[in-house]
Design a protein around this ligand. Structure first.
Ligand code: PAF
Length: 281
C-alpha cells in the first residue's frame, strides 16, 4: 500500500523510521501528471533502494510563464493509481505553503550553467528548481535521487547544487523514455491536439538523423540542419537548437574541442513548448 503524506512532519517521521531500520531511500521528485517516463525512474529506484519516495509538487517558483503554471495538469488521484505496482512506498504531496512558509530568497550561483539554453529563455527557472529540490532533499534525505536526461540542463544544475552544498546524495541520471514514434515522454504532451501530436516526433527525427552524420559538418552546420528540418514543419516554431559540451553546456567550434557533445532543442508546437536532446558522442 502506498502511504500518502501532505506535511513535512509526517513525511519525515515515516522516512526516519525506515532509516533507523537501516533502509536506503530512493527518491523521485516530480510535478505529477505522471507518465511512463516517471514510472521508469520509480521502478529503477525500487530496484536499487529499500524504500521509495515520490514527491508530487507543482513548484510555482520554477514557472516563469503564469499560463504554463495555470495549465499544468494536476490529478493526484490518477497519479497515485499509476504508482500502484511500481514499488513506490510513499507519496509526498505538499502544498506551496507547506514547502515555503516564508518565501525562499536563495540565489544560487551556477556560473554559466543556468545562463544558456533553458536558462536564457526561462529566467529564474533553474533557481526555482534548485530551491525546490534542495528543500525536498532536506525533507526526504534520500540515498539516491533519480532524474531523467530529457531535462539535460536540469540534471547539470542539480549535480552542481549537490556539489556546491555538499548534499550527501547520489544523483542517478536516467535515459529519456520515448513513445514508439520517438516523441520524448513529457507531461506537456497531453496538451497537444491530435494533429499536433502526429507532427511532434519531427524533433526526434531531426535529432536522430544528425546523430548519424554530424561529423560531415561543423557544429554550426548541424545546428542549421536541425533547425531547418524542424522549422520546415509549419506546426513548429524553434526557440533554440544548441550544440554544447555535456559538462559545461557551452557551445564550441570544432568536434575535437570537447569530449562529449549534446544537441538540445526547445520548440513550440502551438502553445506547447517541447524540449528534447541527443548525445552525439
Ligand atoms: O523535473 C521536474 O519535474 C521538476 O523540475 C522537479 C525536479 C520535480 C522540481 O520541481
Amino acid at each position: 500500500m502506498i502511504n500518502l503524506t501532505h506535511t513535512i512532519t509526517e513525511t519525515q517521521t515515516a522516512i526516519q523510521k525506515q532509516i533507523s531500520e537501516g533502509k536506503t531511500i530512493g527518491f523521485v521528485p516530480t510535478m505529477g501528471a505522471l507518465h511512463e517516463g516517471h514510472l521508469t525512474l520509480i521502478r529503477r529506484a525500487a530496484l536499487e533502494n529499500d524504500f521509495v519516495v515520490v514527491s508530487i509538487f507543482v513548484n510555482p517558483i520554477q514557472f516563469n510563464n503564469p499560463e504554463d503554471l495555470a495549465k499544468y495538469p494536476r490529478n493526484l488521484n490518477a497519479d497515485i493509481q499509476q504508482l500502484e505496482g511500481t514499488g513506490c512506498n510513499l507519496v509526498f504531496a505538499p502544498t506551496a505553503d507547506e514547502m515555503y512558509p516564508e518565501p525562499d530568497l536563495t540565489e544560487f550561483d551556477f556560473g554559466q550553467l543556468d545562463k544558456v539554453m533553458e536558462g536564457k529563455f526561462r529566467p529564474g527557472h533553474f533557481n526555482g528548481v534548485a530551491i525546490a529540490v534542495k528543500r525536498l532533499f532536506e525533507i526526504v534525505t534520500p540515498t539516491k535521487a533519480y532524474f531523467g536526461e530529457k531535462d539535460f540542463q536540469q540534471l547539470a544544475i542539480i549535480n552542481k547544487m549537490v556539489s556546491l552544498l555538499q548534499i550527501p546524495v547520489e544523483i542517478v541520471p536516467c535515459p529519456i523514455v520515448r513513445e514508439t514514434d520517438g516523441l520524448a515522454m513529457s507531461s506537456r504532451n497531453a496538451r497537444l491536439t491530435p494533429e499536433q501530436r502526429a507532427e511532434a516526433p519531427v524533433i526526434f527525427k531531426a535529432l536522430s538523423s544528425v546523430k548519424e552524420n554530424y561529423s560531415w559538418f561543423i557544429p554550426d552546420g548541424v545546428k542549421q540542419l536541425v533547425t531547418g528540418e524542424i522549422q520546415e514543419n509549419h506546426y513548429f516554431r524553434v526557440e533554440y537548437v544548441s550544440i554544447v559540451d555535456t559538462e559545461t553546456l557551452l557551445p564550441f567550434e570544432d568536434w575535437q574541442d570537447v569530449e562529449h557533445a549534446v544537441v538540445c532543442v526547445a520548440a513550440f508546437i502551438g502553445k506547447v513548448r517541447l524540449i528534447d536532446n541527443i548525445v552525439l558522442y
